[in-house]
Design a protein around this ligand. Sequence first.
Ligand SMILES: *Cc1c(COP(=O)(O)O)cnc(C)c1O
Length: 417
Amino acid sequence: MSLVDTSMPTDNEKSTPRKNAAGDFAPQLSTLSVHAGENRQKPGDSITDPIFCASTYTFANTQSVIDYIEQDQAREEYGRYGNPGERVVERKLAALEGGEEAVLFSSGMAAIVGLLMSKLNSGDEVIFFDECYHRSREFCTKHLSRFGVVTRQVPTGDYEAMAAAITPQTKLLVSESPTNPHLSCIDLERFTDLARRNGVETLIDATLATPFNLRPIAAGVDYVLHSATKYLGGHNDLLAGVVVGSTENMESVRNLRGIMGAVNGPQNVYLLSRGLKTFELRMQRHNENGQLVAEFLEEHPRVERVYYPGLSSHPYHEVAKQWMHGYGGLITFLLKDADWRETARVVDSVRIPRIAPSLGGVESLIEQPLVMSYYQCTPEERQQFGIPDNMIRLACGIENADDLIADLAQALDCAND
Ligand SMILES: *Cc1c(COP(=O)(O)O)cnc(C)c1O
């Protein structure tokens, strides 16, 4: 059906085409991002996939409804259960991730909620590394708790604490890699070993890494999750989320999504599929810009500290080097001897990055976590989350690195006056 067999292995670190076990041509990530999951010949002989603006799908007669049900035919029925464009994007995402099946949701949070709701029962326990996205943890502590699911949180990267928190009721270990905004990276071997020894499953939210920089499925992780709002969509113009795992594991996730109704409209799916075409090119530039800007900031006299996994000063640099192909566009840094107002002056002085939450799009975004995400927290809570007043988070887009560096240099200088 499609040119690219989505079951074939991918390896973005190899520059020469590989053969899979059957001796077939195994395409690289950039080829997959353009072609995987698509039918070679499309409706109307169009080179692009059409947008099917359909809330429902028709049957020729009563017998074809009965055949569809009795023979479990592969066709559409009703928009909440799937759309032809959505299936193409799901196959493409599964191929990029090197997983069997992807289930697309209307946002990253819908994907997290859908996955956890479909996998956890009353009395089950889930363990998080504590730097995970606060809304994910909030869903567990404030909402899953009402249904009798117990959430435990242990310090990020403390595998002994995670091992000690596992009980016979534990079902799932959860982490991000890298985390936001501290960019801590997970040793996937220790993480999956721990899970295997205890007979529990693992989930990695790899939004900040993307399949270009991290391959959690190849490392034995059961579920990989992305906010496709970020690098996968890549243009700051859509919300979407995805979970990738084995076909067997994804069945209950897909069924619950059909009930939740957290699905994408067909135009949104097209935007995501369009964004994915340039996925590898964009990631190469995000990685380059991230590294160059982080190195510039680390040398700057007004900067106290830079969190970027590609810097040898980062506490997780060795882990990152072992597991990651590149380190992405997100950089967190602290200003030297600056209070929150002086920090805000630097944010307000940049001319290229825009002030906004989010990351992973072509436009660079900048924000002060104290103001953008933690304004209503007490100083004690901010200290607990590791969010000092002088922290800035910069999500490098795909602009020219020299331009970004020159802009940051003038912002750091003029806010110094
Ligand atoms: C943005 C983000 C989410 C939530 O995704 P939405 O698409 O905004 O719902 C989850 N995890 C991480 C790491 C994120 O950056």
